[in-house]
Ligand binder design. Structure first.
Ligand SMILES: C[N+](C)(C)CCCC[C@H](N)C(=O)O
Length: 264
């Protein structure tokens, strides 16, 4: 099984993540909180995404990364491989994402005299507290919503990227850096725009039981959020998600392509 894609996915994801972190946190008011933790987790998550995507394409089309410029896979195959990568990465991402959301939501001002200490002292303490209180399943709170968010939208992510690259590149050639940047940026944008409604639901389910009410399930969370706050609730964070998505994914794809290219 080719492993370069896993390694390139890891490094490129980390680069994109550093760039996107301030955007990611501003929507939760806790600027720069929890930076070291996502850096560590992106190693697993982005390498699973890109590694599985590429190996799924290999299984579907019998072409390696190097051969795919000369023999481009169909968009159906790209979509299926993207969904497969999205599905598996969502499960790896679930515990990390839960911890990130819980930590970022701790926005109480620090060390005010007499104020109670924050509930979680850091990522490890957060994971341990959830594990102790709810067992291993507790770490996967919201995982189902995360899987629904990421499976189709990762398909859309890779289809958008491939389509834009092919539009502006002569047949059989590698796309230019400018093309990769723009295609990667738009891939992130379309993927995040379509993912936003389930992103809202996912975060609410991950916070359930702490600040917000407990939901009976995903559907209950959707219906009660819409009833109480109107349909606009599904577009919360759309602007910030889009502003973050473009630069993060432009850098992610550029470094991914660059690394794979330089390893031959
Ligand atoms: C599928 N979904 C839209 C959630 C993510 C798509 C892009 C993933 C990228 N690592 C990022 O953080 O932007």
């Amino acid at each position: 099984m080719p492993v370069e894609e896993f390694v390139a996915g890891w490094i490129s994801g980390a680069l994109g993540l550093v760039l996107g972190h301030p955007f990611d946190t501003v929507k939760l008011l806790g600027f720069f909180k929890g930076m070291s933790f996502p850096i560590a987790s992106i190693a697993v998550v982005n390498s699973v995404l890109f590694g599985v995507y590429s190996n799924a394409l290999l299984a579907l089309t019998a072409t390696s990364h190097q051969e795919r410029r000369a023999q481009p896979p169909s968009y159906t195959h790209v979509f299926i491989a993207g969904c497969t990568g999205g599905f598996l990465q969502a499960y790896c991402l679930a515990p990390f994402d839960l911890i990130k959301v819980r930590l970022q939501n701790q926005t109480e001002p620090r060390a005010k005299l007499g104020s109670p200490p924050p509930r979680y002292r850091g990522p490890v303490h957060c994971a341990a507290s959830i594990f102790q209180a709810e067992g291993p399943r507790g770490l996967f709170r919201g995982a189902w919503a995360l899987t629904l968010r990421d499976t189709p939208t990762m398909g859309i992510y890779f289809v958008t990227y491939e389509w834009l690259c092919r539009q502006s590149t002569p047949d059989g050639q590698n796309p230019s850096s400018a093309t990769v940047l723009v295609a990667g940026g738009f891939a992130g944008l379309t993927s995040w725009v379509t993912a936003t409604p389930l992103d809202v639901i996912k975060s609410r389910m991950q916070m359930a039981g702490l600040k917000q009410r407990v939901y009976r399930g995903l559907l209950d969370c959707m219906v009660s959020s819409a009833r109480q706050e109107g349909l606009g609730v599904f577009f919360r964070g759309l602007t910030i998600n889009s502003a973050r998505a473009f630069p993060v994914n432009a850098v992610t794809f550029l470094s991914y392509e660059y690394l794979l290219h330089s390893w031959g």
